[in-house]
Design a protein around this ligand. Structure first.
Ligand code: GDP
Length: 195
C-alpha cells in the first residue's frame, strides 16, 4: 500500500467537498504541534507532503492524500489551537462532527498523543466524539525519542487509564518517533491490513 505513489488530493472545508467514498480511509487527529505532519511524511516517505509547519489558512481544512488508488490518508486539522477565533473553531467542530459521523468509508482514526504531554482535555473530547460517532480509534504516541524509557512508562499508564473510558478505543498503543523511524513500519502494517 505504501510502495506506490502518494498524492495530495485536496483540502476540504465542507462535507460536499469530500472526495467520492470509493475506497477505505484512515484519519489522523491530534493537538496542534503533536507531530502529525511529520508522522504522515514519515509514513508515506514523502518529506514535503504534509506541511511540517501548518500554513495559516489551510489549518482548518481536512486534507486528503491518496495511496495509489487504493486508500485515502486523511489529515484532520490540529485542534486546541488557542488563537483561532471562536467562529472558526465552531465551524471546524461542526465539520469534524459531520465527517466522523457520516463517512462510511472511514475505517479507523489515529489519535496522536505527544509522549511528553499525555492525554489533555481536548484529546479526551475528541475521543468522546469518536465514541459517539462509533469510529474505532487507536492512539499513536509521537516524539518518543524525546523521552527516556523511564519517563515513557507513566505516560503510557495515563493513556491506558484514559482509554478504558472509551468504548471505541483499541487498547494497543503504537509508540512512534518520526525522527528515528520508530513504530512507522508497525503503523504502516496496521493501515495496510485494514480493508
Ligand atoms: P503538527 O503541527 O502536528 O503537524 O506537528 P509537526 O509535524 O509540524 O511537528 C511539530 C514539531 O515537532 C516540529 O518542530 C517537528 O520537527 C517536531 N517533531 C515532530 N515529530 C517529531 C519526532 O518524532 N521527534 C522529535 N524529536 N521531534 C518531532
Amino acid at each position: 500500500l505504501f510502495a506506490g505513489p502518494v498524492d495530495f488530493v485536496k483540502g476540504v472545508v465542507a462535507m460536499d467537498g469530500l472526495p467520492g467514498a470509493d475506497r477505505p480511509e484512515v484519519c489522523f487527529a491530534g493537538r496542534s504541534n503533536v507531530g502529525k505532519s511529520s508522522l504522515i511524511n514519515a509514513l508515506t516517505g514523502r518529506k514535503g507532503l504534509a506541511r511540517a509547519s501548518n500554513t495559516p489558512g489551510r489549518t482548518q481544512e481536512i486534507n486528503y492524500f491518496a495511496l495509489g488508488d487504493q486508500a485515502y490518508l486523511v489529515d484532520l486539522p490540529g485542534y486546541g489551537f488557542a488563537k483561532a477565533p471562536v467562529a472558526v473553531v465552531a465551524k471546524w467542530q461542526a465539520l469534524l462532527k459531520s465527517y466522523l459521523a457520516g463517512r462510511q468509508t472511514l475505517r479507523r482514526a489515529f489519535c496522536l498523543i505527544d509522549s511528553r504531554h499525555g492525554v489533555k482535555p481536548v484529546d479526551h473530547e475528541i475521543m468522546t466524539l469518536l465514541d459517539r460517532s462509533a469510529v474505532p480509534f487507536q492512539v499513536v504516541m509521537t516524539k518518543a525519542d524525546k523521552l527516556g524509557p523511564n519517563a515513557m512508562q507513566p505516560v503510557l499508564a495515563q493513556v491506558e487509564t484514559e482509554l478504558q473510558k472509551h468504548p471505541a478505543a483499541f487498547p494497543q498503543l503504537i509508540v512512534t518517533s518520526s525522527d528515528k523511524g520508530q513504530g512507522i513500519a508497525t503503523l504502516r502494517a496496521i493501515i495496510a491490513n485494514l480493508d
